[in-house]
Design a protein around this ligand. Structure first.
Ligand code: ZN
Length: 255
């Protein structure tokens, strides 16, 4: 399949999304540091190679949300990762999150199907020797009311695609995340969020797809990703995978 799937963009879809955002919430406690996480969805081979390398060169780790049912395939993001890629990334210390087995739209799938997709994905990762992480990202950033409720006690965090910085009261069951898309001329978009983070402590999560010179509509160039990472380092943020930051926020709250 080469054509990307477009989720429900109707008015009904918009209203459902708004109501779902208000349901099954897990509010974050106060955040008294400046945190940044770099995440990758769908796991194109280019993110497993260039994205992981960009982070590792700086001694950093990211969160890669994997769909094991797509391993070895190709789609609009180019070639997707293989089992060997995911094992290599995990061995390098990156977090391997869950993104359903087959990248299903959780907004139109029954909770039973969503749960089965998750069980299978996690079992496939376990079979590769990859411990299941506590991080999940909604494919297409979308989920139904019932689907969100069904997932809320399965993972520590659920990540969406609505841009913004997470603060006290933000929903750990639908974390805000900022896309990294395009080429170096889009650096200012990320810098705008850095300026907001400088002004107020919080947790800024980025997400990217393919990372290659000839990137897709949803992808980015290695140069843009590298520039954003360097900017985050220069600003002295705490940079770590999603579950690590979530734990740090919880620990800080407990003190
Ligand atoms: Zn995805």
């Amino acid at each position: 399949m080469n054509a990307p799937y477009i989720p429900d963009l109707s008015l009904k879809g918009k209203i459902r999304r708004r109501l779902t955002r208000l349901s099954s919430r897990k509010p974050l406690p106060a955040i008294d540091q400046k945190y940044v996480s770099f995440t990758f969805d769908d796991f194109p081979k280019s993110s497993a190679i260039n994205g992981a390398k960009n982070l590792k060169d700086k001694g950093l780790r990211g969160t890669f949300y994997a769909c094991t049912g797509q391993f070895g395939q190709s789609n609009h993001f180019g070639e997707l990762c293989s089992s060997d890629d995911v094992k290599r990334i995990f061995a390098a210390g990156h977090e391997i999150g869950c993104h359903t087995q087959n990248h299903i739209d959780c907004a139109v799938s029954s909770p039973a199907v969503v749960q089965m997709e998750i069980q299978r994905n996690q079992a496939n990762l376990s079979a590769l020797g990859i411990s299941n992480s506590d991080a999940f990202a909604f494919p297409y950033g979308d989920v139904s009311f019932a689907g969100k409720r069904a997932l809320s006690d399965k993972f520590a965090t659920l990540r969406g695609v609505q841009p913004g910085i997470n603060h006290k009261g933000s929903d750990a069951n639908q974390l805000l995340a900022v896309p990294i898309e395009g080429d170096i001329d889009n650096l200012q978009y990320a810098k705008n969020f850095f300026e907001q983070l400088d002004a107020k402590n919080g947790w800024l999560i980025f997400y990217a797809h393919d990372v290659r010179t000839k990137f897709s509509k949803w992808g980015c160039s290695p140069a843009l990703l590298q520039a954003i990472i360097e900017e985050a380092i220069a600003r002295n943020y705490i940079i770590a995978p999603v579950t690590s930051i979530y734990s740090q926020i919880q620990e800080q709250q407990a003190k």
